[in-house]
Design a protein around this ligand. Structure first.
Ligand code: HEC
Ligand code: HEC
Ligand code: HEC
Ligand code: HEC
Ligand code: HEC
Length: 187
């Protein structure tokens, strides 16, 4: 090999090796950020007592998240990936949806459950990690609902005559409710 060719081969190898190192470093840190054992055992104790995750820990997590921009989910912001992702199973969820969410949030108990919320498709509206909008929402206002509901079919209902740009959640609870069509008190 000429010195020039040698140099090229060498540079290519350096690029390849740094690429491989970069990747493996990324995969290693993604799921091995580790959950402090004391946190896990707190959760176990809380579960054994039939309670949600220890409320003090949750408050601590919430305080940190409140200090961050946009909406950021406290367990994500605090890199507690292991609470939701199984490190030993390539990051698979530790519990299927929506049970995963109900480990820490009050279980939805409504007479009338709203389709996607009732079927556990929380991530149709919420990002589990972080979002540009409040409440980890993927979309806001009417857009959130028109993602699935056909606008022309909604506006045709007499109750929606003066809809304008009013957010749908002014009158409807997005998760469900005990009134038909999950109408809130305000309506
Ligand atoms: C509150 C639970 C929760 C926490 C904490 C959490 N995740 Fe997730 N993550 C999810 C859920 C749920 C999905 C699946 C989203 C979907 O596809 O509907 C997901 C998906 C992912 C994916 C697949 C790609 C994507 O974005 O959809 C990656 C990668 C990921 N999470 C990494 C992480 C890392 C890294 C952390 C910690 C910094 C973390 N997650 C913390 C719940 C969580
Ligand atoms: C390990 C505990 C934990 C799990 C699991 C968890 N959350 Fe949370 N979540 C929190 C805490 C702590 C807060 C902040 C305090 C609060 O609002 O209760 C929060 C807040 C939220 C908020 C309000 C965010 C804001 O900006 O006000 C939404 C929405 C939410 N979670 C959705 C979900 C969804 C969807 C899942 C399932 C994918 C989930 N959570 C799973 C702990 C958890
Ligand atoms: C159709 C869209 C939609 C679906 C599906 C949905 N949510 Fe929500 N969720 C919302 C909206 C909108 C809000 C904000 C309500 C508000 O600000 O009054 C919200 C708020 C929340 C909050 C914060 C409550 C508060 O008062 O701060 C939590 C926690 C939450 N959702 C959890 C869940 C979980 C768990 C699921 C799945 C079982 C789910 N959501 C499914 C639209 C949805
Ligand atoms: C991810 C898709 C999806 C999103 C987003 C969504 N919906 Fe729904 N919605 C459904 C499904 C599925 C049903 C059940 C279909 C049915 O029963 O006709 C439903 C049913 C409803 C119903 C009851 C209709 C009936 O005839 O009983 C109302 C009211 C409703 N949605 C309002 C909303 C509002 C308000 C929003 C925004 C906060 C929203 N939806 C966002 C999928 C969605
Ligand atoms: C001013 C209050 C109000 C707002 C805002 C509102 N709704 Fe409604 N909605 C109602 C009432 C009241 C009913 C019940 C109508 C009936 O009893 O026939 C209803 C019924 C519905 C139904 C079931 C009946 C049907 O027509 O299919 C759907 C779906 C629905 N709304 C979706 C939405 C969506 C999506 C938005 C936002 C774009 C929205 N609503 C905004 C008051 C409201």
């Amino acid at each position: 090999m000429t010195p020039v060719k040698k140099n090229i081969v060498f540079s290519l190898m350096v690029i390849l090796i740094s690429f491989l190192l970069g990747c493996s470093h990324k995969t290693l840190t993604v799921f091995f950020d580790g959950v402090p054992p004391e946190y896990d055992s707190l959760r176990m104790v809380a579960k054994q007592n039939g309670k949600k995750t220890d409320s003090i820990v949750l408050q601590e997590l919430a305080a940190v998240a409140a200090a961050t921009k946009h909406s950021s989910h406290p367990p994500f912001a605090n890199k507690k990936c292991g609470l939701c992702h199984d490190q030993g199973r390539k990051g698979k969820l530790t519990e299927p949806m929506p049970g995963l969410c109900f480990q820490c949030h009050d279980v939805f108990e409504f007479k009338f459950g709203h389709g996607p919320a009732a079927s556990g498709s929380c991530t149709a509206c919420h990002n589990p990690h972080t979002a540009e909008n409040p409440k980890l929402l993927l979309r806001t206002s009417q857009e959130l609902c028109y993602y699935c509901h056909e606008p022309s079919r909604v506006t045709v209902t007499p109750a929606h005559e003066k809809l304008g740009t009013t957010a749908c959640t002014t009158c409807h609870n997005p998760h469900g409710g005990n009134n038909k069509y999950f109408l809130t008190e305000k309506e």
